[in-house]
Ligand binder design. Structure first.
Ligand SMILES: NC(=O)c1ccc[n+]([C@@H]2O[C@H](COP(=O)([O-])OP(=O)(O)OC[C@H]3O[C@@H](n4cnc5c(N)ncnc54)[C@H](O)[C@@H]3O)[C@@H](O)[C@H]2O)c1
Ligand SMILES: O=c1ccn([C@@H]2O[C@H](COP(=O)(O)OP(=O)(O)O[C@H]3O[C@H](CO)[C@@H](O)[C@H](O)[C@H]3O)[C@@H](O)[C@H]2O)c(=O)[nH]1
Length: 344
């Protein structure tokens, strides 16, 4: 389905966790990813499958120049503010990056004649739905600025489709986790707020214990349930979404999850089993804005993109994340602003 004359794909946020795994998958599928990233949260070392253009998604002229220079057939848009609690603390910054950044990108794409977009949306657009499996028709009632800004970005994309025939697939990820099985890249947020890398920090002795945010949820063991999806499965879904658009497919909003959930207590137990390490856990009050249960109904992704997760069982996710975590801290990469290596 790839246009033989041009396989270039512009990837905003491609120096980050999910974006870099997608660049690797794109390159494997015969595309040529060009990363557009301001390195505010990403890593130069993660840009391995094509060139890096340093730029901010809020800089319309910079985006336009990047599009003129590279003439991409499509854009994958990952750049954004990602931490929910930060979006609550500083909503202006969140809306600025996630909404203005997306609007500038759409304007530049329209001017440059780029008609295909794959967007990193999130389960946070649904808020706190009281259902076992969340399908795409559930009400969208985000409970924090992060989810609201992503939903607003989706709305602008719908309007650009109607007005300018700029088609988009909005991928609503559930909990991204795991790492490249070749251990070339992995999760390296600064600061890290996600459960699995923090539990693995405890396994490595980089923190004393993991705080369990809430053990009084209405779930079987009292801890919150999430749908963990391997980052390589996410990457494969992006390639499938891109092929869908290039093949003439219509715009869509699609969940990316597995359809089964794991509780915080279960994740910690599996981390103990996979790493063979003692991991101390301590109950803490609930974290503000954390829903009790978020699990995807993944059927639309399966039917529309013919995509099914292959590495998303919990032990594979944790095994891949563990290999990356050890490589990152035992054989340090130069990552600005953090101390490498283990404090012995
Ligand atoms: N990690 C998850 O579980 C998860 C779940 C749902 C949705 N998402 C979404 O997926 C996307 C990628 O998340 P991630 O976990 O890879 O985060 P990440 O922080 O590793 O990657 C984000 C990248 O965007 C870049 N960036 C940020 N602001 C920018 C700006 N103004 N201009 C240019 N580049 C900028 C950063 O430098 C970084 O490389 C985000 O949009 C996030 O909201 C992530
Ligand atoms: O030290 C920790 C960190 C997390 N948790 C819990 O672990 C679960 C998962 O938390 P985390 O890994 O931080 O992910 P989420 O808060 O679920 O958010 C992720 O998944 C959402 C979709 O489900 C996306 O919208 C967000 O961008 C992404 O960060 C939650 O119940 C947290 O309360 C702990 O108990 N202790």
């Amino acid at each position: 389905m790839i246009d033989d004359r041009n396989k270039t794909v512009l990837v905003t946020g491609g120096a980050g966790y999910i974006g870099s795994h997608c660049c690797k998958a794109l390159a494997r599928a015969g595309f040529e990813p060009v990363v557009y990233d301001n390195l505010s949260g990403g890593h130069r070392e993660f840009v391995k499958w094509g060139p890096l253009i340093e730029g901010d998604v809020r800089d319309g002229a910079g985006l336009q120049a990047a599009i003129e220079q590279t003439q991409p057939i499509a854009v994958l848009h990952f750049a954004g503010l990602i931490v929910v609690s930060e979006s609550v603390r500083d909503p202006g910054a969140c809306w600025d990056i996630n909404l203005n950044g997306t609007l500038r990108l759409l304007e530049a794409m329209q001017r440059g004649g780029v008609g295909h977009l794959v967007f990193s949306s999130t389960a946070a657009v649904y808020g706190e739905p009281n259902v076992d499996l969340i399908d795409e028709r559930q009400p969208k009632e985000p409970v924090n600025p992060y989810g609201a800004s992503k939903l607003a970005a989706e709305k602008i994309m719908e309007a650009y489709d109607v007005a300018h025939d700029l088609r988009s697939v909005r991928l609503r990820y559930f909990n991204a986790a795991g790492a490249d099985p070749d251990v070339e890249i992995g999760e390296a947020h600064q600061p890290e707020t996600h459960l699995i890398p923090l539990v693995l920090d405890a396994a490595l002795g980089r923190r004393e214990r993991i705080s369990v945010y809430g053990d009084d949820y209405p779930t079987e063991d009292g801890t919150a349930i999430r749908d963990y999806i391997h980052v390589c499965d996410l990457a494969a879904a992006h390639v499938a979404a891109l092929e869908h658009l290039l093949g003439g497919g219509a715009s869509a909003a699609i969940n990316l999850g597995t359809g089964s959930g794991a509780s915080v207590a279960e994740v910690i137990a599996r981390c103990r089993a996979v790493t063979g390490k003692v991991i101390s856990a301590e109950p803490f009050p609930r974290r503000a804005g954390d829903p009790p249960r978020l699990v995807a109904d993944p059927r639309l992704a399966q039917s529309l993109l013919r995509w099914t997760p292959e590495r998303s069982d919990l032990d594979t996710i944790i095994g891949d994340a563990w290999a990356w975590h050890k490589r990152r801290f035992f054989r340090p990469m130069a990552m600005p602003g953090e101390q490498n290596g283990l404090a012995s």
